[in-house]
Design a protein around this ligand. Structure first.
Ligand code: NAP
Length: 271
């Protein structure tokens, strides 16, 4: 039986084992998926497990998406340009890193009819998830991205002709009544906190939070309350996971899965 895992810290929130094991069971795939709480100094032992076949593949989540890259033999050029890897697979005894987060995010925008083409978007956070989302936004043809991060220097490292970095403290000056706001920080995942002042939210905004546990963060709850268009991270999460399976098994597994049934199954796990 093939064994897969997601590595991260914190990891308790991850629905990945539920999602993957549900799909493996429903499609009769002989595989098992678990979550592993891994500190940064434990990454080399996971790499050993991949090399010696104890693990057939891993997903990588907060905060290891950038650190993992130095241990891999090869990285997909797109993932390299994004600067973050969320899936590792073994190919002819070599460890190969890729990124399915950007595609997951793009698909979630499409599914929820959120059109960012030609628009200005505000992204909160400049970590692994933000890098994938910046790539997806550029692919979708955004006009301008205002990137707000606690550590300004990390946002500045991502600056280019359409990415304009600033400190998260400047959100008051940057956020408009009709902004598209995307939270990629983990604020709201383990607490009722919000990455920006709730007073900045407005009904004409589109508010996206990549967090899916809790199902509704304080940011999304307040957005819903005032009538803004909101989207949580569950659709992105499902699409990135299905794409990971397609890469591991080399088949179009995603096409055999009923998205709505899978989403309902996961939503029930979150309640
Ligand atoms: P990461 O690489 O560790 O980056 C975290 C970012 O958030 C950094 O920019 C960090 O700022 C900022 N941040 C963290 N704590 C903060 C705080 N207390 N105040 C202000 N800023 C703070 O993490 P990641 O991999 O990008 O993941 C971020 C979140 O996205 C997690 O909740 C993860 O579960 C979620 N995610 C969801 C999906 C999905 O499929 N739905 C996919 C990927 C990630 P500094 O630079 O100042 O440290």
């Amino acid at each position: 039986m093939k064994k897969f895992a997601v590595i991260g810290n914190p990891i308790g929130h991850s629905l990945s084992p539920h999602l993957h094991n549900y799909v493996y069971n429903s499609l009769g795939i002989e595989a098992n998926y678990e979550k592993l709480k891994i500190q940064i100094n434990e990454i080399p032992s996971i790499i050993d497990d991949l090399r010696n076949g104890v693990l057939s593949g891993i997903n990588v989540t907060i905060p290891h998406k950038e650190n993992i890259m130095q241990y891999l033999d090869d990285i997909n050029p797109r993932a390299k340009s994004i600067g973050a890897v969320n899936i590792v697979m073994k190919n002819e005894n070599k460890l190969f890193g890729n990124n399915t987060d950007w595609f997951g995010f793009t698909m979630s925008l499409k599914k929820n009819e959120i059109d960012v083409s030609g628009k200005e978007v505000i992204v909160l956070g400049a970590g692994g998830a933000a890098k994938s989302i910046l790539f997806a936004l550029k692919q979708s043809g955004v006009k301008k991205i205002i990137l707000l991060n606690r550590t300004l220097q990390k946002a500045e490292e991502l600056q280019d002709e359409i990415v304009f970095p600033n400190s998260l403290d400047y959100s008051v000056q940057m956020i408009k009544n009709d902004s598209i706001i995307i939270n990629t920080t983990p604020i709201g995942m383990l607490s009722e906190q919000c990455p920006i002042d709730l007073g900045l939210l407005h009904e004409n905004q589109t508010i996206i939070d990549v967090i899916y546990t809790p199902f509704q963060t304080a940011l999304i709850k307040f957005g819903n309350k005032i009538g803004a268009k909101t989207l949580n991270g569950l659709d992105m999460f499902i699409y990135q996971a299905l794409t990971s399976m397609d890469l591991w098994f080399g088949e179009d597994i995603s096409k055999q899965v009923n998205f709505t049934q899978l989403k309902t199954y996961l939503e029930n796990k979150l309640c």
